[in-house]
Write a protein of this length. Structure first.
Length: 263
């Protein structure tokens, strides 16, 4: 089990810039103990954006789980974690994924190839999100292969009913051949904001995430035409914090009941 203080240190290091992490570490270094006034001193060191929230969480975790540690020890842990996170950011690569007419600036890199690359990269967990799905045999074969090697596969898909009729067929129908190998989640209509005229918001995100290592964020639905012929644009991210943050984001949406499982 992860140490609670270590987990909060890691979260802060991943979320904060190295400059903000250093400012926060300097504030903790000057604290002899987890006294109430120290919390405000830590938050004041990084007052912008959400940095002060990470300062408060870090202080609270210190006080709750390791108050015997001096502030200098917490500062050292944060600096070490921030340096590691910085190294990971440097190793991140981002490639354009483009399906459509080519140019000398952006060569064709089909969405299909990038999607299959992400699925093949999964070793523990694979997350696929799409609005529509149809005629994706290559994707079905890749999912089945991932499941056979022990990967946990989750699909977040739109339904005709929850879309208010804008989608005519449930996206999940395309995955019937692998239904026993995957967990299916939907965004129920009652969870969605209402738009003008009584219409509901749409589950329009499209992405594929493999573990904490790679993520494809794309305009392409999981349809045959979208991943091979349509004009579609996306980014393939390898390494760095983005795949993990995206995976954790959807896992939290599931945990709090915004996305619900289909039995």
């Amino acid at each position: 089990m992860t140490d609670p203080l270590a987990a909060v240190v890691e979260e802060a290091a991943r979320a904060l810039s190295q400059a903000a992490a250093e400012a926060l570490a300097s504030a903790f270094h000057g604290l002899a103990g987890a006294t109430p006034d120290g919390r405000w001193r830590a938050m004041a060191a990084v007052p912008t954006g959400h940095a002060d929230l990470h300062a408060a969480r870090l202080f609270d975790a210190w006080r709750a789980h390791a108050p015997e540690l001096p502030g200098a020890a917490v500062a050292l842990a944060l600096r070490a974690a921030s340096a590691t996170a910085g190294s990971l950011r440097v190793t991140q690569t981002v490639d354009l994924v483009w399906t459509g007419p080519t140019s000398r600036h952006v060569p064709v890199r089909h969405s299909r190839a990038a999607l299959l690359e992400v699925i093949a990269a999964a070793r523990n967990e694979l997350l696929l999100i799409s609005y529509a799905a149809f005629k994706v045999q290559a994707v079905l074969d890749a999912i089945a292969d991932a499941a056979s090697r022990g990967v946990t596969v989750a699909l977040v898909l739109e339904t005709a009913e929850d879309s208010g009729g804008t989608l005519t067929v449930d996206a999940s129908r395309a995955f019937a051949p692998v239904r026993e190998d995957v967990s299916l989640y939907v965004w129920p209509a009652e969870q969605r904001p209402r738009l003008g005229g009584g219409a509901a918001a749409q589950l329009h995100a499209k992405a594929a995430v493999a573990d904490d290592t790679s993520a494809l964020i794309t305009s392409a639905n999981l349809t045959g035409h979208a991943i091979t012929a349509n004009m579609e644009l996306g980014l393939l991210v390898r390494g760095g914090p983005v795949p993990r943050r995206l995976r954790l984001h959807f896992r939290e949406l599931i945990a709090v009941g915004i996305l619900v499982p289909v039995r």
